[in-house]
Design a protein around this ligand. Structure first.
Ligand code: URA
Length: 236
């Protein structure tokens, strides 16, 4: 049986993406053979070592699954609900495995979202070094002018750093598409606000060259091998 780092074992088991799994370990939420382990590098063998998360979830070898969802409004990207919020993962009640969203879309954002138990894949997509472009469709309340486009292209300061979109295109008088790589919290909303555009609807339409095609709102399907290739192609 394969020996691997504890953080990777948690990610492979679909507990969380690698960095989040490291946080869980640092927070003392993970026991190996009855003892709390605080170092993510600790080597373990899944199936042989008894790995327990939050005293509840036993880490066992699992088949990896990833789904593509057309996220509807009103659902949040979290694995725990506060105040009776609706969770994206509740839409996957038929799936027997523990899933999580790959990155986040805001509650009022719709569109392409990946949901998985594959921590490695999630990490490859959300890691800043991945360079994958995520494309968003914006419907705004205003007629988009060249000044709006210029301001959008100039970017905005987020977390004390200037963040610029990879591309901006006007597609109709009040519709735009914006491609971004970084994926900072509320990045597109902040860019629109700084450009003095009043955003009415935000939808993610692409990750890499993977699109929703005809997937209806609220529906999901399993990600194919071809889809996976699209995630990492034409993404620079
Ligand atoms: N940027 C945002 O502002 N919100 C999202 O949901 C995604 C990107």
């Amino acid at each position: 049986m394969e020996e691997k780092r504890l953080s990777k074992a948690l990610a492979d088991a679909g507990i969380a993406a690698r960095r989040k799994a490291e946080e869980m370990i640092f927070d003392g939420r993970v026991k190996v053979n009855g003892k709390i382990v605080l170092t993510p590098q600790t080597k373990v063998v899944v199936g042989k070592d008894k790995i327990l998360v939050d005293e509840e979830f036993r880490v066992r070898p699992v088949a990896k699954k990833t789904f593509i969802l057309n996220k509807p409004k009103g659902y949040i990207c979290s694995n725990t609900a506060e105040d009776q919020e609706r969770l994206v993962i509740d839409l996957f009640f038929r799936e027997k495995t523990r899933l999580f969203t790959v990155g986040r879309l805001d509650k009022d954002t719709t569109g392409l979202l990946l949901v998985t138990n594959d921590g490695e894949l999630a990490n490859q997509i959300i890691h800043p070094s991945s360079d994958i472009v995520k494309e968003y469709h914006l419907r705004v309340a205003d007629e988009v002018t060249p000044e709006h486009i210029q301001k959008l292209q100039k970017g905005a300061f987020i977390d004390k750093r200037r963040v610029k979109p990879t591309y901006v295109k006007k597609i109709k008088s009040n519709h735009l598409i914006v491609g971004i790589k970084e994926g900072k919290k509320h990045e597109v909303k902040i860019l629109a606000l700084r450009a003095r555009l009043r955003l009415r609807d935000l939808k993610r339409t692409k990750i890499g060259s993977l699109c929703l095609d005809k997937l209806p709102l609220g529906a999901y399907r399993a990600l194919t091998k071809k889809d996976k290739e699209k995630l990492f192609s034409l993404s620079k």
